[in-house]
Design a protein around this ligand. Sequence first.
Ligand code: SF4
Length: 282
Amino acid sequence: MNVHQPKRNNKLSDHYDLMPSPELASEVEADIIVQAGVHFMAETSKILSPEKTVLMPDMEAGCSLAESITAEGIEEMRAKYPSAPVVSYVNTTAEVKAASDICCTSSNAVQIVNAMDSDTVIMTPDQYLAQNVANEADKNVVYWPGSCIVHEQYTANDLRDFREWNPGTRLIAHPECPPDVVAEADFSGSTSGIIKYVTDEKPEKAMLITECSMASNIADELPEVDFVGPCNMCPYMKKITLEKILYVLHTMDDQVEVDPAVAEKARHSVQAMIDLSKKLGL
Ligand code: SF4
């Protein structure tokens, strides 16, 4: 069995961009991949690398956002806005990617939406990312009412309290947070955007309004900055443990399968994003 040391990257994995991403999985030579992430990421690895065996340490590691919409939901949106293209966040199932025109990440969403050849663009499944994108894009963005259970818990009042209790601390929110939370923050961006902001600005203290693992991965990258709490824990991501990774490598159980016809269409949506991002120089 080939074992690869994953390099860090900021491509497909979006707010998991300090974790081994599905795109990286397609680049490594190993023929067996253990996706130490949630289920939609493992599906995306399988979509991009159909010839590889993709193992999930815990099949119950889902995602409230990915589970908030199905292919029928996409069809419902298409029926309401017949000529609008569907841009789906990468945090979606294979069948939703397959039913979409193109995918996006939180770092390229505004540019992808602006590049669509239509005044109205459908965004799924994250209502908050869509509203935050709508505030920056030149399009009429209509959206599906899905959300991440971790990011939707923050309120603008929370941020005002955090600011009062921690004067001088930069508040940095992930764009899956509600728009009034993003408006209250000093900066909002994807993981790579946050790292760039903190690296450029060099604040003494910063607070990351996001998921705990993402926050601690960012903090690890920037040891010179004093990151102060809080963070919200994702119960799905926490299901993946080292013991379960070891177990699945021994048993080779829990292989992720995606219907080849669905995978083909889903790959098209992911590839459309990769190609457009390259064209836009992102
Ligand atoms: S933090 Fe958890 S629930 Fe939220 S998008 Fe990520 S995996 Fe899904």
